[in-house]
Design a protein around this ligand. Structure first.
Ligand SMILES: NC(=O)c1ccc[n+]([C@@H]2O[C@H](COP(=O)([O-])OP(=O)(O)OC[C@H]3O[C@@H](n4cnc5c(N)ncnc54)[C@H](OP(=O)(O)O)[C@@H]3O)[C@@H](O)[C@H]2O)c1
Length: 325
């Protein structure tokens, strides 16, 4: 009769024999080696892709855009920074001009100011952007505005304004810069969307609609531009700790002016900017940058829409109740 402890040690011995006497160990080390080599090569390729690339960042005056400017500058990119706030753009330019890239180079960024809600200004801004370095390698459509309000209280002009800034502005800028990319058979368009471009949550209708439209447009663009060697990356972050809610528009068009609890608990923009840099460097096509719960909600919306709609209706009821109390 074999005791349980000796049976355990016999089993251990057998497993060890299997590992040492067969090809499992060399195979394991081989796989690990190939994986590490692949990662190193990917990092080298990604660094080379970003070094000296001409990168345009919209909404560079604040939040995620400002941090993207910092990380792309550090990666050796030549920047064109866009926004409406001239002083904030100049302040960032001074900061970056004084700091070297990770390869010790010093690239002084250019600045271009225009309002994305003004089609004429976007066209003039695009022409000015092209004059900076003569071409654009990577366009990061980051600028955006959020919205807080109930559909029944919101004037249509507010829906239009959010669509102008978040959707038509980036679409117009992309279309204006695209021909020069197609001519060079080289370019990369990035859209900073939101998890709300994949699922809609109550009291964010205009924002969510503008981000759903963004997702759809840039998905089409990716397919159409493949033959011209133009990359398209759509990035959908969850909450980021920025001024987005403070600058959000409300049902009557006024500024929301408050920092939401969810936004305050969001990820740091510097951290998200690093993820954007990695996604662009690896030429990723579609990236979700959220916690597990919102990530799973995207799948719930597809696989069990009824459940998702019930959860959203309950959320709307609760939010309405807390507003009324
Ligand atoms: N914060 C979040 O929780 C979160 C989550 C998911 C996705 N996002 C997305 O991330 C992007 C960046 O937002 P953020 O969080 O960094 O917010 P933010 O701090 O408020 O920055 C928004 C930027 O957009 C620019 N902008 C706004 N309206 C503009 C207009 N009419 N014309 C030109 N530029 C305009 C602003 O520049 P000026 O003030 O100089 O005009 C500012 O630089 C947005 O697309 C947003 O939808 C944010």
């Amino acid at each position: 009769m074999v005791s349980p402890s000796s049976r355990k040690s016999m089993l251990k011995e057998r497993v060890m024999d299997l590992v040492t006497q067969t090809t499992i160990l060399p195979l394991l080390f081989g796989c690990l080696g190939i994986f590490s080599l692949f990662r190193v090569l990917q990092r080298i390729r990604s660094r080379a892709y970003l070094r000296n690339a001409v990168v345009v960042v919209t909404g560079a005056t604040s939040g995620l855009g400002r941090e993207c400017a910092r990380v792309f500058h550090a990666a050796g990119a030549k920047l064109v920074l866009c926004g409406r706030n001239v002083e904030a753009l100049e302040e960032l330019t001074r900061e970056l001009a004084g700091s070297s890239t990770s390869q010790g180079q010093k690239h002084k960024p250019y600045t271009v100011t225009f309002d994305l809600a003004d089609p004429g200004a976007v066209a003039a801004g695009a022409a000015e952007i092209l004059q900076c370095f003569g071409y654009v390698d990577i366009l990061i459509n980051n600028a955006g505005v959020s919205y807080r309000g109930a559909i029944s209280d919101t004037v249509v002009d507010v829906d239009r304004r959010v669509m102008e800034i978040n959707y038509f502005g980036p679409v117009a800028l992309t279309k204006a810069l695209l021909p020069s990319m197609v001519k060079r058979k080289r370019g990369h368009i990035v859209a900073i969307s939101s998890i709300q471009g994949k699922i809609s949550i109550p009291f964010r209708s205009a924002y969510s609609a503008s981000k759903h439209a963004t997702q759809a447009f840039f998905d089409c663009l990716r397919a159409e531009m493949k033959q011209d060697n133009i990359e398209v990356t759509v990035i959908s972050p969850g909450y980021i700790y920025t001024n987005l809610s403070v600058n959000a528009v409300t049902a009557d068009g006024s500024r929301y002016g408050a920092l939401d609890k969810n936004t305050a608990q969001g990820r740091s923009p510097a951290e998200v900017a690093q993820d954007v840099l990695a996604a662009v460097g690896k030429k990723k096509k579609d990236v979700i940058l959220t916690d597990l719960l919102p990530f799973m909600a995207v799948y719930l919306r597809t696989l069990a829409p009824g459940v998702f709609f019930r959860i959203m209706a309950s959320r709307a009821r609760k939010e309405q109740k807390s507003k009324n109390s």
